[in-house]
Write a protein that binds this ligand. Structure first.
Ligand SMILES: Nc1nc2c(ncn2[C@@H]2O[C@H](COP(=O)(O)OP(=O)(O)OP(=O)(O)O)[C@@H](O)[C@H]2O)c(=O)[nH]1
Ligand SMILES: [Mg+2]
Length: 323
């Protein structure tokens, strides 16, 4: 039986031939792998592509110590970055695909994602970054992946409600614990880190999904907040941006120039507890250095009240800075 390669595949192969850097070559190979028809006749090609990808990944990691590229590093954008963790085929890519415009690979076979894929998820008037990741297994994550997990502002742990939920929790939490990463609110071991985490039960539309979610909540509800979702029916999807925003514990501040209406388009996003001076420093260090006074419109204050540099801001406050 012949392997019928699509024009898209040939295009990806051409991109591979033209690629100069390891990252470009790897991205092209991944595209070729995604576009390769998966059946018996293509098994040898699949294996061959996997070997080539694996060699490139190793090559990509070698020079890291000498300042080379980190294939798992994703530049942060928006109010915060959440990295997805989960076992093969649990629905990570489908989730990122449903909440962002990212071009993810969703497939019925496992190990379909080979590299991080970032996308921006909207929550009201801000954006939160999601990063789709290759799966982890009982043998652990792909080499190099832990750096991205540690660097993230938060983790979304995906548990397939149509599969063995307890095994998945054990594998995911065990992997994190073995790297001294614990959920926020727990004491990390020395040198470890506490991370914001959201547990997402996926495929709740499948038979037994709702019951599995209840069982998961009863047994492990103390680890982190939990949400059940389906990318098929959209159930629960709206909860994810809300929960991520809550976990990030940030506030949105709108700036206003004297005599003009506030700029409601794009708020500044700051950690909860930030002051007027923190806001000024985020805008420009000159403004922070020369800040004389500020006026505020918002919660728990009179409209346009003058406040000091040390005044702690609240979510959705409008601030007018005077230098
Ligand atoms: N019924 C149902 N199927 C889903 C849902 N989410 C994902 N799937 C299916 O589950 C399979 C795996 O989905 P992916 O999103 O590719 O899974 P993944 O976790 O990214 O897989 P890897 O990249 O291999 O780790 C696909 O066939 C999806 O269509 C869901 O909410 N409901
Ligand atoms: Mg995937």
């Amino acid at each position: 039986m012949a392997v019928n390669l699509t024009p898209m595949y040939h295009k990806a192969e051409e991109v591979f031939r033209q690629a100069k850097t390891t990252a470009e070559k790897l991205a092209a190979l991944e595209e070729m792998y995604a576009l390769l028809p998966k059946h018996k006749a293509s098994e040898k090609m699949q294996a061959d592509l996997k070997t080539r990808m694996s060699k490139l990944r190793q090559a990509g990691e070698q020079p890291k110590a000498h300042g080379g590229i980190d294939l798992f590093h994703v530049d942060k954008h928006g109010a915060g970055q959440f990295v997805l963790i989960g076992m093969p085929n649990c629905g990570k890519s489908a989730l990122v695909g449903s909440l962002t415009k990212a071009h993810v690979t969703i497939a019925s076979y496992p190990f379909s994602t080979h590299a991080p894929v970032p996308g921006m998820m909207a929550f009201e008037d801000i954006q939160i970054q999601l990063v789709d990741m290759p799966p982890i297994t009982a043998d652990g994550p792909m080499p190099g992946m832990i750096g991205a997990v540690k660097a993230a502002d938060g983790l979304i742990i995906c548990i397939d409600l149509a599969a063995d939920v307890l095994e998945q929790i054990e594998v995911c939490m065990g992997m994190l614990e073995s790297r001294s990463i614990v959920p926020l609110g727990r004491e990390p071991p020395e040198g470890g880190i506490a991370k914001r985490m959201l547990i997402v039960g996926t495929k709740v539309d499948l038979p037994g999904g709702a019951d599995s979610f209840q069982a998961l909540k009863e047994l492990h509800g103390d680890i982190a907040p939990m949400v059940a979702i389906s990318t098929e029916t959209s159930e629960g999807l709206g909860e994810i941006p809300r929960q991520c925003f809550k976990l990030l514990d940030v506030i949105r501040i709108y700036s206003k120039e004297p005599g003009k209406p506030p700029d409601k388009g794009k708020p500044f996003v700051l950690p909860r507890g930030s002051t007027v001076l923190d806001l000024a420093g985020t805008i420009h260090h000159d403004i922070a250095a020369n800040l004389k006074r500020a006026r505020i419109w918002g919660n728990n204050v009179y409209e346009g009240q003058s406040v000091t540099r040390e005044h702690a801001l609240s979510d959705r406050d409008i601030i007018e800075l005077h230098v």
